[in-house]
Design a protein around this ligand. Structure first.
Ligand code: LLP
Length: 420
């Protein structure tokens, strides 16, 4: 059951009417549902738990402390891609031993900080990074626990900007060079080489690319073992894609069956780093209509959220369903409208020619499925205040990130003496 639904004609998140939150804290704001977060995490735990798969929630999708804490309490570890995210995970209560550090450009300072914290694993993406990590760890008198991220040269069949598994993408070590780098790693004093990692892209709705990538990883594992190497961990990367519009997500049971068939026989520890499928449908962005402009060729609904709050439509032409917070009458007419923000760019558009009921200033809209890669990708472009963030649990809601004020934002700048 969705925790976002109309009750008595008003959109609710769990038992809280969205309108009540808007009245108390103003718009725009993100609103997350604890129950959805937990359901989504449990779905992974249930489908993959029997295979002994460890779930590391990918913080990049949404790194609010309250979200991380909710998931950590449910049992999730954390997948981080910067030391900033590592600090967020630690602060939210994820033990260092449950943190995986991935990412294509870890600096030496980041490596040092993560080693000192004692994280569970580094997913290393190149021979150069491996050498740097070896040096940093050796200088600290430590051994860094490492998996090598392999680029399997598989087309994930997702949006080009979030496809990562082809050899022309910047990610991972080319599969043809993997055995050589793995063997070099096994001789480095500062490296404990433990296994392999693979992530071919995000928002996958076809299981075939996973099958192709996992098969290549299984084959590589056998080759490495024949060469006398130990392979004890396999990290399968991000989670499955989700439904924004009419996509059919890969059922987790199908994904689990694939893992059971291709990866489990290798008898390694198995890890997964889902982000979007945990938080995506657990969040909405709520915005108020500022004005409605009847143009010559189009109607523009101008709202108080903008591309600085939710950049996915601008960046990836992403679709987010738009609901009116007041449930439209069953027979209400719909007319196509462009839903746009106030930013001075044509790309500041949430939807083009979207069928919507008639709208007026003051009406509240909800951009659905905005919990992943929403708030975390926001900015203060046009000196706009970032949206507040709210977490609902049952019939209560709490502000989990207040909207900053202008002093907070403008006060970060410094005017040099010589300008005074
Ligand atoms: N692991 C690695 C190494 C990744 O690069 C990613 C996502 C994940 C895990 C989590 O993948 P997920 O389970 O969320 O699919 N901003 C884009 C998505 C970027 C994804 C980047 N990497 C969007 O809004 O669609």
């Amino acid at each position: 059951m969705s925790h976002f639904r109309y009750v008595d004609g008003e959109l609710h998140v769990e038992a809280v009417p969205v309108r009540r939150i808007a009245a108390e804290i103003g718009t725009p704001f993100y609103c997350y549902s604890s129950a959805t977060l937990i359901d989504n995490y449990q779905a992974y735990a249930k489908a993959l738990g029997a295979l002994g798969v460890d779930v590391f929630y990918s913080l990049k999708a949404n790194s609010n402390q309250a979200v991380i804490r909710t998931l950590a309490k449910a049992g999730a570890g954390a997948d981080v891609v910067s030391v900033g995210e590592m600090h967020r995970a630690l602060k939210a209560g994820v033990p260092a031993g449950r943190i995986v550090f991935a990412g294509v450009g870890k600096t030496r300072a980041e490596m040092r900080a993560a080693l000192e914290a004692g994280i569970y694993q580094f997913n290393v993406e190149s021979a150069g990074e491996l050498e740097a990590l070896n040096e940093v760890a050796s200088a600290l008198g430590r051994k860094a626990p490492v998996t090598l991220r392999i680029n399997p040269d598989v087309d994930a069949k997702t949006h080009a900007k979030i496809s990562t598994g082809k050899s022309e993408n910047k990610f991972g070590i080319d599969i043809d060079q993997a055995a050589q780098v793995y063997s070099a790693a096994s001789r480095m004093p500062g490296i404990e080489i433990l296994g392999l990692a693979v992530h071919i892209g995000s928002q996958l709705t076809d299981i075939a690319p996973y099958r192709a990538a996992f098969a290549k990883i299984a084959e590589l594992t056998s080759t490495l073992r024949k060469g006398g190497m130990k392979v004890e961990r396999i990290d399968l990367g991000g989670g499955v894609g989700i439904a924004y519009r009419d996509e059919t997500p890969i059922p987790l049971e199908d994904y689990a069956r694939l893992v059971r068939e291709v990866i489990q026989p290798l008898a390694t520890r198995i890890e997964i780093e889902p982000g979007r499928s945990i938080v995506g449908n657990a969040g909405i962005l709520v915005s108020e209509v500022v004005s409605v402009k009847e143009g010559v060729s189009r109607t523009f609904v101008i709202v108080d959220a903008a591309m600085n709050d939710l950049i996915r439509p601008t960046l990836y032409d992403a679709y987010h369903a738009i609901l009116t917070v007041k449930e439209p009458a069953k027979n209400a007419p719909v007319e196509p409208a462009d839903v746009v923000g106030p930013i001075c760019e044509t790309g500041d558009r949430f939807a083009e020619q979207r069928p919507l009921p008639p709208l007026a200033p003051g009406d509240l809209l909800a951009f659905m499925t905005a919990g992943a890669y929403g708030a975390v990708m926001s900015s203060t472009y046009n000196t706009r205040l970032p949206a507040a963030e709210v977490l609902v649990r049952g019939d209560r809601f709490d502000v989990v990130r207040p909207r900053p004020n202008y002093d907070h934002i403008i006060g970060l700048d410094r005017v040099p003496d010589w300008l005074s």
